[in-house]
Design a protein around this ligand. Structure first.
Ligand code: ADP
Ligand code: MG
Ligand code: ZN
Length: 501
């Protein structure tokens, strides 16, 4: 049950009385072609139960085999987080029954995780840096998905029956767990959001996952507790599950702080439990009481070899770790001379990698930015897809920008070329050709239209002759109309002014 906003404490009062403690658990689905312990494909969105085999269905006698590509991705994540990589570590069975988990245990790592003791420096909204200490990153397999049918909410409550899809069962996951984050005070919700933002960016930069929160390939659980100002021990935490957007991370932490403070001030106790975040109203509601590690009866997985990455291989992988995106960003921002606000808009639009690629393909930074964050962002929004899902490449955008820069296209026609590319009509040059959008370069073709416009508007011509050069705009407009937008407006203006001399 969620608590009404009336029983939440004002945020300022929470901060005056309590210190929040956070712990973030982030699950990342790796983008490997096959599952963690079998050869089944991992692609998102397939027909239910078409990507399964005896291993990931937990059939008796089926034996798992470790996916080397998944181990490599996990090691690279660990290295990017400045962790120590374990030279030898076993998988463990985490035993619990849940219908979406056909083996009745999950293969995970317990006390011998692949990566331990790291950190991530995250940049807060005011530009300052907050260091989040990482406790561990471990490998495990994902569960299947339950679909509860017949209820109003899609929850099991009120459902008439449930369907199970095991396509996701066995997809490789890396779970990254922070140490308790203390001392953030009123900035705790912001730190939580900034941490997940930075982690997501870093992992995307590594190329090991598509980190799509909307598709569940990056999932975040937020542990929150409060300490009274004079307390010496952490309070009891709740774990808010599957907070599925960056904004929601911040909203969920803030809500949980306000809810717990109200309970504590009312003399109540915080129950150690999982809670569900409600996207619709930004509240959390109670889930299950939290198990402790003992409940899971972890033991070393007897069917798998230990993972023993050798030191030379780890060093090879270390050399593949890219610069952190926020460091790249600071460098790019300086190089391109953008303000903080411009940079923030670009980053919020998830457009920087696309803009960078467009610049690499020859566009100016400002032209590339204006295409991606203005016109293309609008198109993506209309189509309900992300920018990178649009069927236009940075190279194609750069080509359109080049055609504008060399005056082959007017801005209006450039947008039509982009529309054509998005509609699958081919490369920009093919669209220009097929739709006949190139600017008429030949002055002789324009001169008649200019002469007609002048003849039809003697009063304007007089004004221009008297020195009112701005008046030429109206004539340029008429010529553009007469040439169906295919003239270069700058050239038309030159011709108009020359004709009035
Ligand atoms: P679980 O198995 O219960 O999910 P984990 O160890 O995987 O536990 O994750 C717990 C997370 O909560 C870690 O990030 C840890 O640092 C953090 N944490 C531990 N104690 C507290 C506390 N009292 N308040 C807030 N966070 C906590
Ligand atoms: Mg956990
Ligand atoms: Zn399988």
């Amino acid at each position: 049950m969620s608590v009404s906003t009336a029983s939440l404490l004002d945020y300022d009062d929470v901060i005056a009385r309590f210190d929040p403690v956070l712990g973030m658990e982030v699950h990342v689905e790796l983008g490997t072609a096959t599952k963690m312990f079998c050869g089944c494909p991992t692609e998102f969105g397939a027909e239910p139960n078409t990507q399964v085999c005896p291993v990931c269905l937990g059939m008796p006698g089926a034996l798992p085999v470790v996916n080397a590509a998944a181990v490599e991705s996990a090691v690279r994540i660990g290295l990017a987080l400045h962790c120590a990589i374990t030279p030898w570590g076993r998988f463990a069975r985490k035993n619990y029954f849940y219908p979406d988990q056909p083996k009745n245990y999950q293969i995970s790592q317990y006390d011998e995780p692949i990566a331990t003791e790291g950190y991530l420096d995250v940049v807060l909204d005011d530009g300052s840096t907050w260091r989040v200490d990482i406790e561990r990153a471990h490998m495990e397999e994902d569960t299947g998905k339950s679909l509860h049918v017949g209820g109003a909410t899609g929850r099991i409550d009120g459902a008439s029956h449930s369907l199970l899809d095991y396509n996701r069962a066995g997809v490789p996951l890396v779970e990254i767990v922070t140490k308790p984050i203390v001392g953030a005070g009123e900035r705790a919700p912001e730190v939580a959001r900034a941490y997940v933002t930075a982690l997501r960016e870093l992992i995307r930069e590594l190329g090991v996952s598509d980190v799509r929160m909307d598709q569940g390939s990056l999932r975040c659980d937020a542990n929150v507790s409060l300490m009274a100002k004079d307390a010496t021990e952490f309070g009891t935490r709740t774990e808010t599950k599957n907070v599925n957007s960056l904004k929601s991370v911040e909203v969920a932490v803030r809500y949980e702080m306000r809810r717990q403070a109200a309970v504590l001030l009312d003399g109540g106790e915080i129950v150690q439990e999982t809670r569900h975040f409600q996207e619709a109203d930004g509240t959390t509601s109670a889930g299950r009481r939290k198990e402790t590690a003992e409940d899971y009866r972890y033991f070393p997985e007897p069917d798998l070899e230990p993972v023993a990455p050798d030191a030379a291989w780890i060093e090879e992988l270390r050399a593949t770790i890219p610069e952190a995106p926020w460091i790249t960003r600071a460098r790019i921002q300086k190089e391109w001379g953008w303000s903080d606000a411009v940079m923030r808009d670009v980053v919020n639009a998830d457009a920087l990698p696309l803009i960078s690629a467009t610049v690499d393909a020859g566009a100016t930074p400002d032209a590339a930015r204006s295409w991606w964050v203005a016109y293309l962002a609008q198109q993506a929004n209309t189509l309900g897809v992300t920018l990178s899902d649009l069927s236009i490449t940075p190279a194609q955008v750069a080509r359109v920008a080049a055609l504008v820069a060399d005056r082959t296209l007017t801005n209006a026609n450039a947008r039509k070329v982009v529309d054509g590319v998005l509609a699958g009509e081919g490369d920009p040059d093919q669209v220009v050709e097929a739709r006949g959008l190139a600017v008429v370069q030949d002055d002789s073709a324009l001169e008649q239209a200019v002469a007609d416009a002048l003849a039809a508007n003697p009063a304007i011509v007089e004004k221009i002759k008297a020195g009112k050069v701005q008046a030429a705009g109206a004539l340029v407009g008429q010529v553009m109309k007469a040439t169906k937008g295919q003239a270069d407006p700058a050239r038309v203006k030159e011709l108009v002014l020359a004709a009035c001399e």
